[in-house]
Design a protein around this ligand. Structure first.
Ligand code: ADP
Ligand code: MG
Length: 571
């Protein structure tokens, strides 16, 4: 996992080297100070040469200014490194999520995913910058300080350093505990986000059922869990911080007491004593740093683990290695022995054979839950068949790239999803970069022109999140306009008119008939009146196609279709 982590540094080698060398220089200067002071006190002070002391102090000021510059570089450019790595990771994750299959989204909560893309990566940038650098410098400073202390007075140095392994042991001990606490915390944040996301997107239903209280209670439960998870992490942090505090102060006190004794015994000069006190403070810094790396590291790693997990999720529908990009297809569709089920449960479709000629309009009818939508979603490979094969123009759809396959298929559904934005953006989604003229043409053909003209900002009017500012019929016409722009040879209309009143339906029916001209069209319809004129009608039931033919044929045949028909016309 560490290898994976460090691979993200590759594009920023230069930045990393710059940051690292500045940080090392700054640490070295930090060490130089006590040594210089030692010389000043022991050599210059007794000589009484005031000018030399002034020169020494001025050079020190110079060193400080250089140090300040180094600190700037480390803080700014170092963080730039961290932020860049963090943003690369976010991008990689977003790109992966774009490619994951329908099945993945069926089984994962939106809020969990959002949480992974935001919170979980928050600490990575900090770790990426501070982690390796701080750890290395802390160890180096520690070794440097120890070396200098040894050269000044080895006995006192050894005595002081006995405490270091103890501190490192304690840090590791607390680090492990924190790691577990953070794992839990991230899981709880994800649940919390999922709950909020679900609630806010369903707030209209919540209020319509007047279930606010129920929602508040469920939220409070999540919120409490999140709170306790955080509390546990902070309790461990608090223990860690108290214990290291007392240990570190004890070292200072210890050096003070022992140092004084050495001075009184004449085994140490004043200058050495001062340098020693300062050095023991210099090496407290690195121990603190190691401690804080150990504190933040588990958090970053918990996030990174979750990041990798998602990043390494392979989409179960993807381009085959030898997939070909197909151009504009004619639209001859063939299902051969297609079997499909969502989970390990019962199959929804069983050995389905079906041929649709290019340009033909075929209607699918049948009871709700029979598998009509499922059958259609196999065509653009939203799911892959378990057995059998589907081909278009004689080419197996698994041999085409997903992008080229899907650019040949258009779907208009009953519940339209529109993006937060304007009419223009939502229509142009069918063909990115479409011209103004094309957009207006599509709007006109989808019977939307009047509506858009009546809006204050015309095409640039905002339609609200998911199009909440539009009626069902308006949303539907917008989705048809977007499809007219896309202009695919194969069209799937999945109960596209079911949610509409009869009057708008007539207008939309007009738009749809216009849309389906010259395309292979699969129409799923609930109301049989709308598909009377289809070239062929298929009755989907019992895991497959139970009956097929033209309307009149099927009515006279007296099978499943005629029963459906009788129920609807009420005769
Ligand atoms: P229809 O469109 O004919 O009403 P569907 O094709 O939507 O029926 O559904 C067929 C069956 O598959 C139903 O039993 C439904 O519960 C199940 N189903 C539909 N979508 C999913 C899904 N994403 N995951 C699991 N099962 C599903
Ligand atoms: Mg359906």
């Amino acid at each position: 996992m560490l290898r994976r982590f460090f691979s993200y540094y590759r594009p920023y080698k230069g930045l990393f080297i710059l940051d690292f060398s500045c940080a090392i220089l700054a640490a070295l200067l930090e060490l130089a100070f006590p040594v210089a002071l030692n010389r000043v006190v022991d050599d210059l002070l007794p000589s009484g040469n005031w000018e030399w002391i002034l020169v020494a102090c001025l050079s020190l000021l110079g060193v400080y200014i250089v140090s300040a510059g180094l600190h700037y570089v480390v803080t700014y450019w170092g963080h730039k490194l961290g932020i860049s790595i963090e943003s690369d990771m976010r991008k990689a994750l977003f790109d992966r999520v774009q490619k994951l299959s329908f099945r993945f989204f069926d089984n994962n909560k939106t809020g969990h995913l959002v949480s992974r893309m935001t919170n979980d990566l928050m600490d990575i940038g900090e770790i990426a910058h501070h982690g390796p650098e701080d750890l290395f410098i802390a160890l180096m400073t520690l070794a440097g300080a120890f070396g200098i202390m040894l050269s000044i007075n080895w006995e006192l140095a050894v005595l002081t350093f006995i405490i270091v392994p103890l501190m490192i042991y304690l840090s590791l001990f607390f680090g492990r505990k924190m790691s577990a606490a953070f794992d839990r915390m991230f899981a709880d944040i994800a649940d919390y986000n999922a709950r909020v996301e679900n609630n806010v997107s369903g707030i209209r239903v919540v209020q319509a059922f007047a279930n606010e209280k129920y929602e508040m209670e469920r939220f409070a439960e999540n919120n409490d869990r999140f709170r306790s998870a955080k509390l546990i992490a902070y309790r461990i942090m608090a223990w860690n911080s108290s214990i290291s505090f007392i240990l570190m102060r004890s070292i200072s006190l210890f050096v003070l007491v022992c140092g004084t004794w050495f001075v009184i015994q004449d085994r140490m000069t004043y200058g050495q004593f001062i340098a020693f006190i300062m050095l023991s403070n210099v090496f407290l810094g690195p121990i603190k740093q190691i401690n804080s790396v150990i504190e933040t590291y588990p958090k970053g790693i918990a996030g990174f683990k979750r990041f990798l997990e998602l990043l390494e999720t392979e989409p179960d529908v993807a381009d085959a290695p030898n997939a070909q990009a197909v151009g504009h297809l004619r639209g001859d569709i063939a299902f051969r022995g297609v079997t499909f089920g969502y989970e390990n449960k019962e199959k929804v479709l069983h050995h389905v054979d079906l041929n649709v000629r290019a340009g033909e309009t075929v209607a699918l009818v049948g009871p709700s839950g029979a598998g009509k939508t499922t059958l259609c979603s196999l065509l653009p490979r939203f799911y892959d068949v378990d057995d059998g094969a589907i081909s278009i123009d004689g080419i197996d759809i698994r041999e085409m790239t997903l992008e080229s396959l899907r650019s040949n298929i258009g779907i208009v559904q009953q519940d339209v999803f529109l993006f937060d934005g304007t009419f223009r953006e939502n229509i142009a989604y069918g063909k990115l970069g479409a011209s103004e003229q094309d957009i207006w043409d599509a709007a006109k053909r989808a019977q939307l022109e009047e509506l858009i003209h009546s809006q204050p900002a015309g095409l640039d009017t905002l339609i609200g999140e998911r199009g909440v500012k539009l009626s069902g019929g308006q949303k539907q016409r917008l989705s048809i306009a977007r499809m007219i722009l896309k202009n695919p040879p194969i069209l799937i209309l999945d109960e596209a008119t079911s949610a509409l009143d009869t009057e708008t339906e007539a207008a939309i029916q007009l738009a749809l008939t216009e849309l389906s001209q010259g395309r292979t069209t699969l129409v799923i319809a609930h109301r049989l009146a709308t598909i009377r004129n289809a070239d062929r009608i298929l009755v989907v039931a019992d895991q497959g196609i139970a009956e097929q033919g033209r309307h009149d044929e099927l009515v006279t045949k007296g099978g499943a279709y005629s029963r459906l028909h009788r129920a609807q016309v009420g005769s």
